[in-house]
Ligand binder design. Structure first.
Ligand SMILES: NC(=O)c1ccc[n+]([C@@H]2O[C@H](COP(=O)([O-])OP(=O)(O)OC[C@H]3O[C@@H](n4cnc5c(N)ncnc54)[C@H](OP(=O)(O)O)[C@@H]3O)[C@@H](O)[C@H]2O)c1
Length: 243
């Protein structure tokens, strides 16, 4: 599938992997619509995206806002969901007995139920050759310290995608599962701690570096274009599964 003139909606398209995906899709000629909760981040994203890209403030946990987003989108060739409640991640990563249960639930509500709501809303508008690409995370299958709930949420996204791929055939559903990727989600960490974490992870990975948003964007675009792939979960993790 060529992306030229295709309608692609990127939820969570104002930051990190979603923004990189929106930019790559727009540069490939797609008619991109990015969504996120905050208008200031949408404005900043649109200022950096190629002319013609559109944005709409929408919280995927709020049904009316999801409906308005897809009403604006019209017929959709591809939906990409990269959203997560970034502000709750720091408090959700903790041993189960010590973690902030409200933050863990907020992460689940935004990432899993938000994804479900976005997918449900797009179905009446998704073309017969259309594709959905979701983003999970390596903790779905790789034990990582403090990731009990994040892993479970990402596993739920992967399981949902496999079932949906069977249910809505011939339309396709795939998942990209990233390892550590340097995005704004780590911006709140003290710089020295963040640098030390990235350097330690880079040393541990077979590829010798942490991920960039563009690494994930390239795989998302491939999964939109490759019409022989559905129901798949693709690791883009620098070899984290074999580290
Ligand atoms: N970065 C990593 O190392 C890593 C590793 C494994 C998996 N992942 C997963 O990869 C995906 C992308 O992560 P990232 O690091 O690129 O994220 P990010 O930079 O924090 O961006 C998150 C995006 O989601 C939007 N968003 C958050 N809540 C939303 C909601 N309720 N409705 C609509 N939009 C919402 C944000 O905009 P607003 O804040 O304006 O809403 C922003 O555009 C996430 O699912 C994350 O869990 C990340």
């Amino acid at each position: 599938m060529s992306l030229q003139d295709k309608r692609i909606v990127v939820v969570g398209g104002t930051s990190g992997m979603g923004f990189a995906t929106a930019r790559a899709a727009a540069e490939a000629g797609a008619r991109v619509l990015v969504a996120g909760r905050r208008q200031d981040r949408i404005d900043a994203a649109l200022a950096s995206l190629p002319a013609g890209a559109e944005g709409q403030a929408a919280d995927i946990t709020v049904p009316d806002q999801v409906a308005a987003l897809f009403a604006r989108a019209g017929q959709v060739d591809a939906l990409v969901v990269c959203a997560h409640a970034g502000e709750s991640v720091g408090r959700a990563i903790a041993p189960l007995a010590e973690g902030d249960l409200a933050a863990m639930k907020a992460f689940f509500d935004a990432k899993f139920w938000g994804t479900v709501q976005a997918c449900r809303a797009v179905l009446p508008r998704l073309t017969a050759a259309g594709a959905i690409v979701l983003v999970s995370g390596a903790a779905s299958r790789k034990p990582l310290p403090g990731h009990t709930i994040l892993g479970a949420v990402n596993g739920a996204v992967e399981s949902f995608a496999r079932q949906l791929a069977s249910e809505i055939r011939p339309r396709r559903v795939n998942v990209v599962s990233p390892g550590l990727v340097d995005t704004e989600v780590y911006a709140a960490m003290p710089a020295a701690q963040r640098t030390a974490m990235f350097e330690a992870k880079a040393r541990a990975l077979p590829v010798g570096r942490v991920g960039r948003p563009e690494d994930v964007a390239a795989m998302v675009l491939h999964l939109i274009a490759n019409t022989y792939v559905t129901g798949a979960v693709i690791d883009v993790d620098g070899g984290g599964m074999v580290a």
